[in-house]
Design a protein. Structure first.
Length: 278
């Protein structure tokens, strides 16, 4: 009988991470191994490692096919400990990181980096730089730092067209979950013809103007439709308030229904969100 992920004897954090990876049933883990899970969510390597240890112990994951373990490769103790400490258990994982990220690992000096590159070359593993990504995207003036470019590398984004392959939620993760940076990047990319993939929710800046979305996020912590309880038009008492009216008022949350049993509600009607009080 198939089990729900929530039925596994894992921590709440582990279950939540598996849900973020898109897994709801144990049967969905069939065919996956450590490397494939890392590739599925490359920015959560440190989280996935502890989960995989538990799943491996319970027999839910396969061993990676043709993957070379760091335990089977001759290398200096320094390099081995660096890789193990950073959850690189297979050499193929190294291709998910740029040269800049690997060079920035703690205690990885110039000589150790040379050793790592020689090992990768011997096992036909290619390491690349983020420099070309920066060159390709500089003209768009995106709010990106070196950490953002590292994330782009992990998502295999090297040009403006590659953003068509991801969702706005992916963009939010790439932007280190900074809402304003995500919103700014979103508008720049949309203006340059990018069409994001659909996902199960929507950020408010996908539906409203940037000014309104910024006010709702900063003042009321409403970032996406899921962050507000959904109401049903006509149920209960109260009145409708158009989203644009929020911008023209400077009412404190307590006057907007908070703290008096009348929560702020976002509902999408006729393809345009409305705000309600009940």
């Amino acid at each position: 009988m198939d089990l729900h992920i929530d039925e596994l004897k894992l921590s709440y954090h582990a279950k939540n991470t598996l849900h973020e990876l898109g897994f709801t049933m144990v049967s969905e883990l069939k065919g996956h191994d450590y490397v494939s899970l890392i590739q599925k969510f490359p920015l959560k390597r440190h989280c996935v490692y502890s989960i995989i240890q538990k799943l491996n112990g319970a027999g839910y994951l396969l061993s990676p096919d043709n993957a070379v373990s760091i335990y089977d490769v001759p290398m200096s103790k320094r390099l081995f400990h660096i890789l193990e400490r950073n959850y690189f258990l297979y050499l193929s994982q190294l291709s998910l990181c740029s040269k800049e990220e690997l060079a920035g690992l703690r205690n990885l000096g110039a000589q150790t980096m040379i050793e790592l590159e020689e090992i990768c070359q011997a096992h036909h593993i290619e390491l690349h730089s983020v420099h070309s990504i920066k060159e390709n995207l500089t003209q768009y003036h995106l709010p990106f730092t070196s950490r953002h470019y590292e994330a782009l590398y992990k998502y295999n984004i090297a040009s403006i067209d590659d953003f068509n392959k991801i969702t706005t939620h992916d963009l939010h993760i790439i932007c280190q979950q900074y809402y304003y940076d995500t919103m700014k990047a979103y508008y720049i990319l949309k203006d340059n013809g990018v069409v994001f993939q659909a996902w199960e929710d929507k950020y408010l800046f996908e539906l409203l103007s940037g000014k309104i979305a910024q006010i709702l996020s900063g003042k009321y912590r409403i970032l996406a439709l899921r962050h507000a309880p959904l109401g049903v038009e006509g149920r209960g008492c109260g009145h409708r308030l158009d989203a644009h009216r929020i911008v023209s008022t400077d009412v404190e949350p307590s006057h907007m229904g908070y703290g008096c049993g009348t929560p702020l509600i976002v509902e999408q009607i006729c393809h345009f969100p409305k705000l309600y009080f009940r």
